[in-house]
Design a protein around this ligand. Structure first.
Ligand code: NAG
Ligand code: NAG
Length: 232
């Protein structure tokens, strides 16, 4: 008798469910079958278009991977400027800071991907047409390395713009205001500050070099490195 009552209850629950009640339907169906395993495939954190593995979902994973790669490259530069031959502690400090920032953002992005119910895929790359990029060279002189860092920060910022644009497109399959707001708060504002900072360093170093007509370049670079050690 008890079994019949519970079967009836389950039936009522199933028929009463709306099309949107996906998780509820899973639960109701499972309780109709006398099985002990609850599969509940639709009871997850995925909502909106994110679950359809549309462009925004894969771009967020690709964005985490981009930060991871750039973090590693910055770390190589930090190590390069820290060896006894280059001996530029200020430059090393600057690159270490950029590396740490990119690393933190990688972790944050992975957490966000999993928060939205997705799985992190470390092979995922952006579908956006990649900018022509030469293989990473660590052995650059000081001004070149700053120029490279500025380009890298702009690349990260522009990728955020791209994902934001995809997420705010008034399209049924892309619109994701949560992603748009997350990018604005956690990335877009900080990125403009970092870009401004590195652009400033580039201008300063150019002045240091040109001020003494390249006569004592090593002294100019030495002084600029001292300045970086104090300000970064
Ligand atoms: C991870 O991404 C790569 C590249 O887009 C793709 O080929 C692969 O199937 C993905 N793996 C999973 C488990 O989705
Ligand atoms: C980068 O390095 C790889 C492996 O050494 C090589 O196959 C590729 O052609 C290089 N790309 C550029 C743009 O130099």
């Amino acid at each position: 008798m008890k079994a019949i009552i519970s079967a009836v209850m389950c039936l009522l629950a199933a028929t009463g469910a709306f099309a949107a009640d996906a998780c509820y339907q899973d639960v109701s169906l499972d309780c109709g079958q006398a099985s002990t395993s609850l599969a509940l495939p639709r009871c997850n954190a995925v909502y909106g278009e994110y679950g359809r593995h549309g462009n925004v979902a894969t771009e967020m994973q690709a964005y985490a991977n981009l930060h991871l790669e750039r973090s590693y490259e910055y770390l190589l530069s930090a190590a390069y400027f820290n060896n006894y031959q280059t001996n530029r502690a200020g430059f090393s400090k600057l690159f270490k800071k950029l590396s740490d920032q990119a690393w933190e953002k990688t972790i944050e992005l992975i957490k966000h991907v999993t928060m939205r119910g997705d799985e992190m895929n470390f092979s995922q790359r952006s579908t956006q047409k990649p900018v022509e990029r030469k293989n990473y060279t660590v052995e650059l002189h000081e001004l070149e390395s700053l120029a490279k860092a500025l380009d890298t920060q702009k690349e990260l910022a522009e990728r955020a713009f791209y994902i934001h644009r995809e997420a705010t497109r008034n399209s049924q399959h892309l619109h994701d205001p949560e992603i748009a707001q997350y990018l604005e708060e956690e990335f877009i504002e900080d990125q403009s500050k970092t870009i401004r900072e590195i652009a400033g360093h580039t201008t300063d170093l150019k002045r240091f070099i040109t001020a003494n007509n390249g006569q004592d370049l090593s002294l100019a670079l030495y002084l600029f490195d001292e300045y970086l050690q104090k300000t970064v």
